[in-house]
Design a protein around this ligand. Structure first.
Ligand code: ATP
Ligand code: AMO
Length: 463
């Protein structure tokens, strides 16, 4: 039986449930409560010693001696509670007839699940009432991630993540994209810069792919008009921030462009509006569960995604008193401020900023035809933080080699990629999304480690 399915209609039925013992409350020698949990759902089981029910006092004693988080099988009869139960648990009880321990957890766990599941507001309320509760720090949670993952919010977060990934595939498949897989062991950098993990590949210097960039473009050169990939991305950047990981899940897409690179923006518009709608309409329980521990304002977005030029963005920041270098990159603080300004003016947490200066974009980015100091590129933001980068790409080998050299990349190290554009290459563009960032920012969580099941950051390689 699934605990989440138990409601009034099951009253009187005998059920067999396997679950984890979340809480054990002895009442007397003859009576005890055991709260059983399966993923996001819990149910209260009642043991009352009675000859009629075949429940002995030894059985009650056995149940009260179980350690928290042990795995048990319970056989019992579903009953309606005398008084309403907590809203977070199923509104029925199980009158236990038999209980078997399948696997016992150690008596004292390194973190207390009840503490790990509390919201900041609960801690503050308890403190004001003079109660001492233990806050479980981020590092401790990650050290004991298998326990931490059992909190309702964490159960919900990775279900949301799965839905985002699934919708990404579903939407792009419906638009005739083909799912591909590109190598993660590659010979050099794909984004430029030094942020690559180096290794030896049968004695030859190699590295872990910083993105599928070069290969997704080569797939377009290979005649696949539209491709996407979901796969790991490795960045050896020493970024100890709330939004950088050394390994994350990249959702990448690349497509032929017929007239204008806004065709890529239109795909992003349709894709993300469909993801947001799906989450809001079909993942209510998950979102409520996350909100209970991490309250947030629901994401505001427009039916047609707002697009602003980089210059308009800079202008808005200037008017709001931010000193800003017109051809430089926006720092995290300016991006967040721009997010707030855009929300005030246009009522959306989700927007596209396009036409970035050439100097702040990777070498493969197509310069604007009318003014090569700018590029046919864009970033996409949720709540003032970047979730996507994308652009039209250079599809002529001469310009590509020239731009690589200008950006300090030895063109001979990527000659196979550059040569691909000599054999007939259509105009094309694409984008890359960070999955963990989408979930973090959709749910307004404060740290990307909360949306990576086993995060890899500059300090962490285990568990
Ligand atoms: P992208 O790689 O597409 O640019 P990103 O969000 O990782 O995505 P970065 O260019 O790496 O963007 O950084 C954007 C901003 O984030 C930087 O301008 C900087 O302000 C901030 N940032 C990056 N790394 C760090 C760091 N280690 N510490 C503090 N801030 C950082
Ligand atoms: P970029 O480097 O901007 O672009 O990466 C694309 C998206 O990936 C996410 N991201 C990260 N997430 C977690 N930790 C990190 N260290 C990290 N770095 C980036 C962000 C970002 O928007 N090849 C291009 C994409 C393209 O043009 O198609 C690229 O890799 O959400």
């Amino acid at each position: 039986t699934k605990i989440g399915d138990l409601d009034d209609s099951a009253a009187g039925r005998t059920v067999l449930i396997r679950g984890a013992t979340q809480a054990i409350r002895p009442v007397s020698k003859k009576m005890a409560f055991v709260v059983l949990r399966q993923s996001m759902s819990t149910v209260q089981c009642v043991l009352v010693a009675s000859a009629d029910a075949g429940v002995s006092t030894q059985m009650v004693r056995f149940a009260t001696a179980l350690s928290k988080e042990s795995i048990v099988d319970v056989e019992g009869v579903v009953s309606l509670p005398k008084e309403p139960l907590k809203a977070t648990t199923q509104q029925v009880e199980i009158q236990v007839r038999k209980i078997y321990c399948i696997n016992r957890a150690i008596p004292t766990l390194p973190i207390n699940l009840e503490d790990a599941a509390r919201s900041e507001a609960e801690f503050e309320k308890a403190e004001q009432a003079g109660e001492k509760l233990v806050r479980v720090g981020q590092d401790t949670r990650l050290n004991y991630r298998t326990i931490d993952l059992r909190t309702p919010a964490n159960q919900a977060i990775f279900r949301i993540q799965c839905q985002v990934e699934n919708k990404f595939r579903e939407f792009l498949l419906s638009k005739d994209f083909v799912g591909i897989h590109t190598p993660k062991l590659i010979s050099g950098s794909s984004e430029g810069g030094a942020a690559v993990f180096k290794l030896l590949y049968n004695g030859q210097p190699a590295c872990l792919a910083q993105s599928p960039q070069l290969y997704k473009q080569m797939a377009i050169c290979g005649g696949y008009e539209r491709v996407f990939e979901v796969g790991p991305v490795f960045r050896a950047e020493n970024s100890n921030t709330h939004r950088h990981l050394c390994e994350f899940v990249g959702l990448d897409a690349e497509m032929e462009i017929k007239e204008h690179y806004f065709e890529v923006c239109d795909i992003i518009d349709g894709l993300f509006v469909s993801i947001f709608k799906h989450l809001t309409e079909n993942c209510k329980k998950e979102l409520e569960t996350i909100n209970r521990q991490y309250p947030c304002e629901p994401l505001q977005y427009l039916e047609k995604t707002l697009k602003l030029t980089y210059e308009e963005g800079i202008q808005m920041l200037k008017e709001a008193g931010t000193e800003i270098e017109p051809m430089g990159d926006l720092n995290t603080e300016s991006e967040k401020k721009l997010g707030r300004l855009v929300k005030e003016k246009y009522g959306t947490d989700f927007f596209i900023l396009y036409r970035y200066p050439l100097g702040v974009r990777p070498f493969y980015t197509m310069p604007c035809y009318d003014n090569p100091a700018y590029t046919n590129s864009f970033d996409v933001f949720i709540r003032g933080e970047e979730i996507i980068s994308g652009a039209q790409r250079i599809h002529t080998p001469e310009l590509l080699a020239k731009r690589a050299t200008e950006c300090g990349i030895d063109a001979s190290t990527i000659s196979a990629y550059i040569e691909s554009f000599s054999y007939g290459a259509p105009p094309h563009g694409g984008f890359g999304v960070g999955l963990e960032r989408v979930v973090m920012l959709f749910c307004a969580l404060n740290n990307i480690r909360k949306t990576s099941m086993f995060p890899r950051d500059p300090q962490r390689l285990v568990p």
